[in-house]
Design a binder for this molecule. Structure first.
Ligand code: XIL
Length: 387
């Protein structure tokens, strides 16, 4: 061997090591910035992630929850929220009736608390919602004088400009329109649509289109969603959502994706529903849209061994359906502790719907999701679905 060969080899090795260090460092930086991972199921230090938030990062998946401003003062509530979740969605605080209680008065205090909390903890905020038939203030529902479409049009335009404008750059995505369809796929009849509506009564999805355009004008970088319940599987409602989405994409209406609420019972956890859900995700993804699971809860009456087991399986299988579809960018539950859940009020007798119990103890459902996130092979990068 020529003198200096060893030296040259060492240089070579050193260069290769340096290259590896740089590449590895680059990946670390990338994983920090984009939430990308260098290996599924392991952090850069090699440890298995112990939180949903961390474990989901390696899949480029956002882990979200609805949250309320009141319980933020509850230490366990706040610490769980910031540790386990990368997205926070105000559960009620941005709804029309709460944020705009009187015609000339907005009340941003509670929404601000949640937005500030989220941003201080490196979380994204999902705004919910701008146009809905429910939780409207009296001044909209029972006006002194009946509304004209022109007057109502101005009210909604101003509302969207004001609320979206206030949170511009801070709310990353909006449920612009919530629950616009009936189960048979027809459009719901209510004040914003046709009673009297904002001027597009009888014109199909024009009201939704207008709301998307106003929102886009107020914050061009926000992702915009139409959010529905009962449109998860293949049925009349999901067909109507799909037809609307396809039409909007074709005509360049600013729609980024569809939110699927997924308030379900463990009965959802069957091959038929899960296959249908995946099929529905596929057709929406094929339009180039994102799909987000926005309000997942799996209601049970109690925490018996049987309930815990079937609930854990349902959460795991829903998460799996999302993980298998790169266009599914968010898995979000409607709250995280049974201490604060809308389920007992909407479904009396079912007090056991979320991944943590009333005392913040992690249920099997929590561990099943964590294990699912930590067990998969390399998914490869999930492409950005921004439109
Ligand atoms: C619910 C909240 O969780 C409750 O606290 C409130 O009293 C009523 O609204 N679909 C939605 C959510 O889009 O806004 C609803 O939230 C649950 C159903």
């Amino acid at each position: 061997m020529a003198p200096g060969g060893q030296f040259l080899r060492e240089i070579h090795v050193r260069i290769r090591l340096t290259w590896c260090t740089l590449a590895f460092g680059g990946l670390l930086v990338l994983s920090g910035i984009r939430g990308s991972g260098i290996g599924i199921g392991a952090t850069p230090s090699g440890a298995v992630p112990q939180t949903l938030r961390m474990a989901a990062q390696s899949h480029h998946l956002l882990m979200g929850t609805a949250a309320d401003a009141g319980p933020l003062s509850d230490k366990l509530y706040a610490s769980t929220l910031q540790t386990e979740y990368s997205v926070l969605e105000p559960e009620t605080e941005m709804k029309f009736g709460l944020i705009h209680p009187e015609q000339t008065r907005y009340d941003f205090a509670d929404a601000d608390k949640l937005v500030n909390f989220a941003l201080a903890n490196g979380m994204k905020v999902r705004g919910h919602n701008l146009l809905w038939y429910n939780q409207l203030p009296d001044w909209i529902v029972s006006p002194a004088q009946p509304w004209t479409p022109a007057a109502l049009n101005k009210v909604l335009a101003d509302h969207i400009a004001t609320v979206v404008g206030r949170y511009k750059g801070r709310v990353y995505a909006w449920d612009v329109v919530n629950e616009p369809f009936n189960d048979d796929g027809s459009l719901r009849n209510y004040v914003w649509f046709d009673k009297p509506g904002i001027g597009f009564a009888g014109k199909g999805t024009r009201t939704i289109e207008q709301a998307l355009m106003w929102t886009h004008a107020a914050d061009p970088s926000a992702k915009l969603f139409v959010n529905e319940y009962g449109a998860e599987t293949m049925n009349s409602k999901s067909n109507a959502v799909y037809a609307m989405a396809k039409d909007f994409v074709r005509r360049g209406v600013p729609l980024s994706g569809i939110g699927l609420q997924l308030h379900v019972t463990p009965r959802f956890d069957q091959d038929g529903s899960l296959n249908d859900l995946s099929k529905n995700l596929r057709r929406l993804a094929a339009l180039g849209l994102e799909v987000q699971f926005t309000e997942v809860d799996v209601r049970e009456r109690d925490g018996s061994g049987f309930s815990q087991a079937e609930q854990a399986n349902t959460y795991k299988d829903l998460l799996d359906a999302c993980l298998r579809q790169p266009a599914c960018t968010l898995f979000q539950t409607w709250g995280f502790t049974d201490k604060y859940s809308w389920i007992p009020e909407s479904n009396p007798g079912f007090g056991w719907a979320l991944p943590l119990d009333k005392n913040y103890r992690k249920k099997r459902a929590y561990f099943a999701m964590l294990a699912k996130l930590n067990s998969r092979g390399n998914d490869g990068p999930r492409p950005s679905r921004s439109r």
